[in-house]
Design a protein around this ligand. Structure first.
Ligand code: HEM
Length: 228
């Protein structure tokens, strides 16, 4: 077991875990967005509610979800450790070439990450917690289905409140900045950078950093301005 503790306590080990968990979380963001876009399908939430039922009851998805919570915690805790270590590191001066990058990353990534964590706590409290652990969400019945929770209705209530709409859109801006730097830097840490593919990796990272937050932000904006 000692290699695991050694790995976690080494600076490169922590960065590798940060990169791997970060890349996993980006995959989650893609899948989550595709599922959530059903919220604006114009079918009164039928497809979305049936999808949410599947996602919360399927044993395989439940198992993957536990992995997801572990990844979120690891990413947040190790990010904080790296930030604090960088802050207190004395005598290790970054080279002129990576000085600006190190400064930007250690200062802003930690702040952006903390804001995203705050968003996640509020977000999961509103949807995930209510869905899984309370009976506050009304039931709905579809042809050939037992009554299931109408999560679509909960989303409607949330995005009826302009404060939620503004805070979601702001959080997606924060997420965009976090991804803009995070994707390329994750690949670099893993040593998966090759002069031939660097531009492509950078391009994919920047594309995701723009498309994902816009895709998510469209949902509260659509609810508030079009569906009300
Ligand atoms: C408009 C944007 C979003 C909407 C409408 C939305 C909607 C939802 C809903 C309805 C759930 C509960 C479904 C369930 O319990 O399976 C959920 C869960 C979750 N959301 Fe979001 N979401 C949005 C953006 C985000 C973003 C940007 C993140 C990450 C930064 C995120 C992270 C999560 C996580 C981690 C869960 C728990 C997933 C699980 O238990 O497997 N969501 N979201």
């Amino acid at each position: 077991m000692s290699w695991i503790t050694n790995f976690f306590s080494s600076s490169i080990g922590r960065k590798v875990i940060m990169s791997l968990t970060g890349l996993f979380l980006i995959t989650f963001l893609i899948v989550h967005l595709v599922g959530n876009l059903q919220l604006i399908a114009g079918d009164q939430g039928e497809a979305f509610n049936q999808y949410a039922y599947f996602m919360t009851t399927n044993p395989l998805i439940k198992f993957v979800s536990i992995g997801l919570y572990v990844m979120i915690l690891l990413h947040a805790v190790l990010g904080l450790v790296i930030y604090l270590k960088n802050k207190t590191a004395k005598g290790i001066k970054p080279t002129a070439r990576n000085k600006a990058d190190v400064k930007w990353a250690s200062k802003n990534m930690a702040l952006l990450g903390t804001l995203i964590l705050f968003f996640l706590i509020v977000h999961m409290g509103d949807f995930w917690f209510k869905m899984k652990f309370t009976d506050t969400i009304p039931l709905v019945t579809y042809d050939g289905w037992e009554p299931i929770k109408n999560l679509y209705e909960q989303v409607t209530i949330t995005f009826d409140n302009p404060l939620f709409v503004v805070s979601y859109v702001f959080s997606m801006l924060v997420l965009g900045f976090h991804l803009w730097h995070g994707f390329g830097s994750g690949f670099q840490t893993l040593g998966l950078n090759h002069s031939k593919y660097n531009k492509l990796i950078d391009g994919i990272g920047k594309l995701l950093a723009v498309v994902l937050p816009i895709g998510y932000a469209i949902i509260p904006l659509y609810y508030y301005f079009v569906m009300r």
